[in-house]
Design a protein around this ligand. Structure first.
Ligand SMILES: Cc1ncc(COP(=O)(O)O)c(C=O)c1O
Length: 389
């Protein structure tokens, strides 16, 4: 087809639908505007809402939403100023007093924290369960309104069997929300397997350059329109410039994700043989507990994040971090730069110590977001820093 964007993405990339005949422009411009001309008749956007004010609807944002919807194979999407803004909108837009919510206790810390605070403030019942498919399924009953799971958990990288969770949610009429941030739509599309809504922190792989904070929700036209009204009231739409950056980043999503996965697999295999490493957690390793379910769900790779346990404790981790040169210690993932985090002080900080230990999040655990550098540079950096402990 003569198109640079090969494979899964070709169709999605071209689905932003922007073309300006007067200038022959097909790259969406940044509509850096607060409002639009409003005469008597409303000017409708392509989803049928009034295009009058950028807190509600903006053409650059709309281009991105069409691309994201297509990537996840949903009817439509909404883009937000952050992943947490997307999650807040889903909670606030869908839940009422007395509703029962099930969330694995290893979900992103702020996702759980927000749910627990809504429980205190607004009387929503929140059940946190051990992050295994079986435990999630067992917690669902006829009083459950919403289940939120992450395809690949953080930092232990467990893979949840989304189709199995979806079956039980369907049986009880429960809304299943899947945070697909770690897997990305390149590796997995939860809507195909029965999820009601998909969420992304687009800050990570989708934008992909460590320079923007953004989120999205994808689902049926009706549900997205319902949430659109909540986003309008909450005022959490993504700004047009950020939408443009995500649109630009998403063009290389598939190429980047493939490379992240390839590098991560090589790094995991290297670490597995290292004398200073106690354990490697990566679903791409054949002896990993989640390898079979990962093979069932994920297409073309096992993700770009590798967690591992260093022999020793906090002091050894401190020395290891200090000796890294290529890999940067910073609390994010999914960008070109390899980033390393210390989960007991970042992602799992809000998990009470007794649960943390039950989950296996120990003081010698580190999480590595494997970047797009030459994999030999990443491996050399790890080797040097491990040997310097
Ligand atoms: C799985 C997951 N979901 C949601 C979020 C929140 O996204 P954001 O930081 O874009 O608000 C994060 C952030 O790290 C995350 O890792």
């Amino acid at each position: 087809m003569g198109c640079l964007y090969v494979g899964l993405q070709t169709d999605a990339i071209h689905s932003h639908g922007y073309y300006d005949e007067a200038t022959g422009t097909f790259i969406p411009p940044i509509y850096q505007v607060a409002m639009f001309e409003q005469i008597v008749e409303p000017r409708l956007s392509d989803r049928g809402v009034d295009l009058k004010y950028s807190r509600e609807e903006n053409p650059t944002v709309r281009c991105l939403e069409r691309v994201i919807a297509r990537l996840e194979e949903g009817d439509d999407a909404l883009c937000f100023s952050s992943g947490m803004a997307a999650i807040s909108c889903v909670y606030i837009g869908l839940l009422r007093k007395g509703d029962r919510v099930v969330i694995p206790m290893e979900a992103y810390g702020t996702t759980i924290q927000l749910a627990l605070e809504l429980k205190e403030k607004f009387g929503i019942e929140v059940v946190t369960v051990y992050p295994e498919t079986e435990e999630v399924i067992n917690a669902v009953n006829r009083n459950t309104k919403l289940v939120l799971v992450e395809t690949i958990t953080n930092p232990m990288l467990r893979v949840i069997d989304v189709p199995e969770v979806a079956k039980v949610c369907k049986e009880y009429g429960v809304t299943l929300v899947v945070d697909n941030t770690f897997a990305t739509p390149v590796l997995y599309k939860p809507l195909r397997d029965g999820a009601t809504l998909v969420i992304h922190s687009m800050t990570k792989y989708i934008a992909g350059h460590n320079d923007v904070i953004a989120g999205s929700v994808i689902g049926s036209r009706e549900l997205i329109l319902h949430l659109w009204d909540w986003r309008r009231k909450l005022g959490t739409i993504i700004p047009p410039f950020e939408a443009y950056l995500v649109l630009r980043g998403v063009k290389t999503l598939e190429l980047r994700v493939r490379k992240h996965c390839e590098n991560a697999q090589a790094v995991a295999e290297f670490l597995k043989e290292h004398s200073r490493v106690e354990e490697v957690l990566y679903p791409g390793l054949p002896d990993n507990r989640y390898h079979e379910v990962a093979k069932k769900l994920l297409r073309g790779g096992f993700g770009g994040v590798v967690s591992f346990k260093i022999k020793g404790g906090k002091e050894e981790v401190r020395k290891f971090f200090k000796n890294l040169k290529v890999i940067k210690p910073a609390p994010s993932l999914g960008g070109p730069e390899s980033l390393i985090t210390y989960p007991v002080l970042s992602a799992a900080r809000t998990i009470p110590v007794e649960f943390r230990e039950k989950l296996g999040i120990t003081e010698n655990l580190v999480r590595l977001s494997v970047g797009l550098e030459d994999v030999n540079d990443i491996i050399e950096d790890l080797d040097r820093a491990l040997k310097a402990i």
